[in-house]
Design a protein around this ligand. Structure first.
Ligand SMILES: NC(=O)C[C@H](N)C(=O)O
Length: 323
């Protein structure tokens, strides 16, 4: 039987409300890792679990410092010969950022599987226990090796990159990139083979204290491009634009974007649409922008943050363009 580490970080999966019918007025992260495990005695049939809790938060309150803490702990567990894989319980709100961070920084073939819940643990028909069970089955399954960081939610398995929260209340709240889920639970099975080149995009320096700041700017009809200069003056080192359509940059933004790029602020063109890619076009060569490919703006931000931390954005072409 495999031995898995459970890293509990809070979220609704660990949420508690005053009543079983209250699914909105609850405290995320109120329950500890032991309570999550105690709710699913069936885990004993799947794996031996070793639980730890580096912090307990509503994931809306997580940030780059938490990614660093979690990433360092996960890498130490992956390097531990007595651990066969990792399950991370997390809030749904920023799960996609943490998943991208782990995918882009962790080394090793052992599975890392994030899961979460839409209803607090105290709710009637709470979805957390089954999600934790399913994620544990995924992490324990031999076919999960070499696939990097995965997200197991409901009966779907998604690769970390491209996954996003796509619904504010639905129980099947997560969606993948254009290709969708790569596998299903019950039992665990994959539709596609593991990627040819798993491995981290970036190896972070062990003494790195904080990550560079990258902001996402949501661009609507008529949004003033001067916001770019405001963010730059306020300390942003890189920008991701959540643009309309397939990454359409309004004409008034072209000069300010080119100026930002010329002064060393990389700018990524992502889309504010929930699904589909932003592909490279001639404008990118003209302005020096990077198209986000299949990554949502939230994950393009994480990728750019890491590239800046590593001192080069050259690696992003391959990641975003799939080249
Ligand atoms: N469903 C959830 O987990 C939402 C919660 N606000 C969180 O992200 O921690």
């Amino acid at each position: 039987m495999p031995t898995l580490a459970l890293i509990a970080t809070g979220g609704t999966i660990a949420g508690a409300a005053a009543s079983a019918t209250d699914t909105s007025g609850y405290t995320a992260g109120a329950l500890g890792a032991d309570a999550l495990l105690a709710a699913v005695p069936q885990l004993a049939d799947v794996a031996q679990m070793r639980a730890e809790q580096p912090f307990s938060l509503d994931s809306k309150d997580m940030g780059p410092a938490h990614w660093l803490t979690l990433g360092r702990r996960a890498q130490a567990l992956l390097d531990d010969a007595s651990i066969d894989g990792i399950v991370v319980t997390h809030g749904t709100d920023t799960l996609e950022e943490t998943a991208a961070f782990l995918q882009l920084t962790l080394a090793g073939a052992k599975p890392v599987v994030l899961t979460a819940a839409m209803r607090p643990a105290t709710a009637l028909s709470a979805d957390g226990p089954m999600n934790l069970y399913a994620a544990t089955c995924v992490a324990a399954h031999p076919d999960s090796a070499g696939r990097g960081t995965l997200v197991s939610f409901g009966d779907a398995i998604f690769p970390a990159l491209g996954v996003r929260k796509g619904a504010t209340h639905r129980l099947d709240a997560f969606a993948g990139a254009t290709a969708g889920a790569i596998g299903r639970n019950d039992p665990v099975r994959y539709f596609v083979p593991p990627p040819a080149t798993p491995g981290p995009l970036v190896t972070l320096a062990a003494d790195l204290a904080e990550l560079p700041r990258v902001d996402v700017l949501y661009v609507g009809a008529g949004t003033p491009p001067e916001l770019i200069d405001l963010l730059r003056a306020n300390g942003a080192r890189g920008l991701v634009l959540a643009l309309p359509g397939n990454g359409s940059l309004p004409a008034a933004w072209e000069a300010p974007v080119a100026r930002a790029v010329a002064t060393g602020i990389p700018v990524v063109r992502a889309s504010r649409v929930g699904l589909g890619a932003v592909n490279r076009k001639a404008l990118d060569d003209q302005l020096g922008t990077l198209p986000a490919g299949e990554l949502p703006a939230s994950q393009a931000r994480v990728a750019l943050t890491l590239a800046l931390a590593a001192g080069t954005t050259a690696t992003l072409d391959r990641l975003f363009d799939g080249r």
